[in-house]
Structures are given as C-alpha cells and as structure tokens.
Ligand binder design. Structure first.
Ligand SMILES: C[S@@+](CC[C@H](N)C(=O)[O-])C[C@H]1O[C@@H](n2cnc3c(N)ncnc32)[C@H](O)[C@@H]1O
Length: 254
C-alpha cells in the first residue's frame, strides 16, 4: 500500500495510528467518501468562489475524492487529485465514474511533496485535513503557492493550536498560522473559525464507521477495538487543544 518509510510516518501522524493499522485503514472507511470535519460546511463555501468550467482544481491530499468529485459534478471544473494511499485513489476514481464525471477527474497515487514541485498548474488548490509535512504554515504556503496560477486561490481547512502541547508540535497558534500564510504577500480573503464545534460530529462519524467494520469482520478484531478506544482519547485532546478553521487565500505572484 505504502512504499517509502517517510510516507508511512506521514500517514501514521495525520491519522494518529499505529503501523499495523495502516493495513486495515481502507477497510475502516468503506462507507465514507470524505475524511474531514468540514463535510457539511465546505459546499456552501464553494458557492462563493465563482468557479468556472475551464478551471482546474488540484485536490491534495484527495483521500477518496468525496470533496472534489462533488465539485466536478456541480461546477463542471477539471479535477486533479493525489493521495499516498493507493486504495483511496482507486475509490476516488470509482466515485468519479459513479457520478459520471470521470472525464473531468483524474486521481493518482503520489506524494504531495513531489506534486507541489509543479508550477502554475491550477486555479484552486484544496488543502483539506492535510498532513503537516512541512511543519510550519510559512513552509506550507511556500510549497503550495508554487502550483497555483497568480490570483488563484487556496482553500485551507485545517486546525490551529489554542496552547502549546507536545502532542501537537507540528501545529501553530492562530496568530502564527496567519503570519505564516501571508508571509509571501498572499491575502487571506476569508476566514471562518469553527473553534471546537465540529469535533463531536466528526468523531461520531468515524467511530460509527469503525464500529460497523468491527461488527462485520472476524480478522484484526483486537486491533480495531484498540483503535476505537484510542479515538475517544483523541477526541478529548483534539477538542481541548485544536480549533478548526477554513482559510481562503488569494495568491499574489508579482
Ligand atoms: C484526513 S485525510 C483527508 C483527505 C481529503 N482531503 C478529504 O477531505 O477527504 C488525509 C489524507 O492525507 C494522505 N496523505 C498523508 N501524507 C501524504 C503525502 N505525503 N502525500 C499524499 N497524501 C498524503 C492520507 O493518505 C489521507 O488520505
């Protein structure tokens, strides 16, 4: 499923799971097309973005394509998506086909660090529930803005830190996140702070999906049970330390 050691580390970190869990991860989320806490909020934000038919959307990481397939269907835009988990990419391509937008959508397995080396390839970049591979918001925007045409947009849906904590060392406070995102002269044109309001629904959805898998499966039962227990702990600490927000940033390349 995953090849390079550093990729395994990324996925472990973003999903907060053990190595053995990686094998069964795609099984746990069979009924879920999106893996982010903003599932209900994101569609109305797209309505404000004035998307046009000839535009290209880069969805990294795309997961199972739930966000960008709906976008292609509604706005007729072209979508390119990448994710490091091959099984997710296969599901994303299946979802595009099921929705009759496979002519508009291309999902491929790939590492975000390689994809972002390509210059000026999209009008809108989706950075939703991403891995914190570049550690700081300044380094993140530096890599992402490379792919975007001037005046294009990035939609960031991510978390920020209320107060410093060792578990979340790759997260920054809101003030320093905003400072990083605007360091290269780009402009935050919209910011919505959901604070801790979305965590409960997000964890309920994940727990339900994991419980369903547990009820069906005979293999790896102990491992899945352990994972389910860990979700309760994670929910408590995420709610305490992380605020959830959406940023729309306009890229200004002089
Ligand atoms: C929480 S999911 C979000 C997926 C998607 N944006 C969504 O909203 O459904 C995070 C995704 O990041 C992917 N990922 C982690 N590290 C990656 C990397 N270096 N390159 C590409 N994808 C990566 C994981 O495989 C996972 O699907």
């Amino acid at each position: 499923m995953l090849t390079k050691k550093e990729n395994i580390e990324d996925v472990k970190k973003i999903m907060g799971i053990e190595v053995e869990m990686l094998k069964i991860l795609p099984k746990l989320s069979e009924k879920m097309d999106s893996f982010n806490p903003w599932v209900k909020q994101i569609p109305s934000i797209f309505q404000e973005l004035d998307l046009k038919e000839n535009q290209t959307i880069l969805d990294i990481p795309c997961g199972k394509g739930g966000v960008s397939v709906s976008l292609a269907k509604k706005y007729n835009v072209k979508v390119i998506g990448y994710d490091i988990i091959k099984e997710y990419v296969e599901s994303a391509n299946k979802l595009a086909k099921k929705n009759d937008v496979n002519n508009l959508c291309t999902f491929k397995a790939g590492d975000i660090r390689d994809i972002t080396k390509k210059k000026n390839i999209c009008n809108l970049l989706l950075w939703i529930a991403p891995p914190h591979i570049w550690k700081t918001s300044k380094n993140t925007i530096k890599s992402l803005r490379n792919c975007i045409k001037s005046n294009g947009l990035i939609l960031i849906a991510d978390a920020y830190l209320y107060k410093k904590n060792k578990k979340y060392e790759d997260y920054e406070t809101l003030e320093s996140t905003n400072k990083g995102y605007t360091f290269y002269g780009d402009k935050i044109i919209k910011f919505i702070d959901y604070k801790d309001k979305l965590w409960k629904k997000d964890y309920d959805r994940t727990k339900k999906s994991v419980q369903e898998t547990l009820n069906k499966t005979k293999k790896d039962k102990k491992l899945i049970e352990k994972y389910l227990e860990s979700l309760d702990k994670d929910e408590k600490s995420d709610t305490k330390y992380l605020g959830l927000a959406i940023w729309i940033i306009q890229i200004n390349k002089k």
